[in-house]
Design a protein around this ligand. Structure first.
Ligand SMILES: CC(C)(COP(=O)(O)OP(=O)(O)OC[C@H]1O[C@@H](n2cnc3c(N)ncnc32)[C@H](O)[C@@H]1OP(=O)(O)O)[C@@H](O)C(=O)NCCC(=O)NCCS
Length: 340
């Protein structure tokens, strides 16, 4: 689906992020599986990632991000009427993690649900929240994206273990005087589902009696990622009658520096417009885009007037892009544990 934003103008008024305190370096992983710091850096650009403590679940890493986003927006939790948590690692299948977040922050009357779209979850959730606020159904929406992928990784599989990390980010969406969001492009190719999946995690019974983990065909996902980051960005730029030159800040999904470099070259972005923090966090799935936004806020690139292009992609296979004119000042989002 693709479309320019219609209805009342909607913008992001607050941003927050959180990563667990524990830093796991490449060298530490090299002590667990047959890999090396040099291999991981060269093939992925990742230097380290954060890993949640045993007692930390998705709602725990969502809460600090959510609270910070609300504080920055100047929105009281009791005034929030919609909470979407995009994740594939909720605390449990039900109740939705969003309801746990709603309860913890004190958003008693908010509609609250989780959304599953792999690493693209945050982009899908943004589009949904935008539509509900633009249509007048919701007025103050909280969108959280994040994952605790460390829980579903095989810690003996070098081909997946080195790529992912834990983290979450949150934004507040509100109606605004000036246009914030300009348009969205979202899609899915279900035929690519077997390239990145989590067997035995739902009602499809697994019959082999084994414990299952995130399972990925890295080469196929790599090909998909390099293609879709560029094509989705091109589609939304065209729909909004914009060009790469108009964009001030490019926020691609943080999966692998080589994937980002490929998209950047294809699209023709100068380096200074591109946000990269995969080196410090690895791929945090639905936390990736908001953590990268926080990075851009911290280094002063995300300011009122900036035109921002975000593109996510992931399991499904899914993808999603949005263009937003940043309207509200956001300070550095220094959250406990985060090094942005
Ligand atoms: C996973 C990925 C980094 C592998 O990089 P690559 O350059 O494509 O490497 P290849 O798959 O060609 O593997 C090369 C070799 O390295 C090995 N290898 C894989 N992981 C390794 C690791 N951590 N350390 C050392 N060697 C490793 C492979 O086993 C393979 O060995 P072989 O040739 O003997 O079979 C890359 O394919 C990738 O980033 N894919 C996309 C993953 C992704 O982003 N997923 C999430 C999307 S939301």
């Amino acid at each position: 689906m693709i479309g320019r934003a219609t209805g009342r103008p909607v913008t992001i008024t607050g941003l927050g992020c959180y990563v667990p305190e524990r830093v796991v370096t490449n060298d530490e992983l090299a002590g667990l599986v047959d890999t090396s710091d040099a291999w991981i850096r060269e093939r992925t650009g990742i230097r380290e990632r954060r890993v949640a403590a045993e007692a930390e679940a998705m709602s725990d890493i969502s809460l600090p991000a959510a609270r910070q986003a609300l504080e920055q927006a100047g929105v009281r939790a009791e005034d929030v009427d919609l909470i979407i948590v995009a994740t594939v690692t909720p605390d449990m299948a039900f109740p939705a993690t969003a309801t746990l977040v709603a309860d913890q922050i004190g958003a008693a009357d908010a509609a609250a649900y989780d959304l599953s779209a792999g690493c693209t979850g945050f982009m899908y959730a943004l589009a949904q929240a935008h539509a509900m606020v633009a249509a007048g159904l919701a007025h103050k929406a909280l969108v959280v994206g994040g994952d605790v992928l460390s829980r579903i990784l095989d810690w003996t599989d070098r081909s997946t273990l080195v790529l992912f990390g834990d983290g979450a980010g949150a934004v507040v969406l509100e109606p605004s005087a000036e246009a914030g969001f300009l348009g969205f492009e979202l899609g899915a190719d279900g035929a690519g589902g077997p390239e990145l999946f989590f067997p035995g995690s739902g009602s499809r019974l697994s019959t082999d009696g084994q414990k299952h983990f995130l399972t990925m065909n890295g080469r196929e996902v790599f090909k998909f990622a390099t293609r879709i980051l560029a094509s989705s960005a091109e589609a939304i730029l065209e729909a909004c009658e914009l060009t790469v030159d108009d964009i001030d800040v490019y926020v691609p999904h943080q999966a692998n520096v080589r994937i980002i470099d490929h998209a950047v070259r294809k699209l023709g972005f100068p380096e200074e417009k591109v946000v990269v923090n995969v080196d410090r966090y690895g791929n945090t799935s639905s936390g990736s885009i908001p953590l990268a936004l926080a990075e851009a806020a911290a280094d002063g690139r995300l300011k009122p007037g900036s035109l921002v292009l975000m593109t996510g992609m992931g399991a499904g296979l899914t993808w999603g892009s949005a263009i937003i004119r940043w309207t509200h000042p956001v300070g550095a989002t220094q959250t406990n544990g985060a090094s942005t």
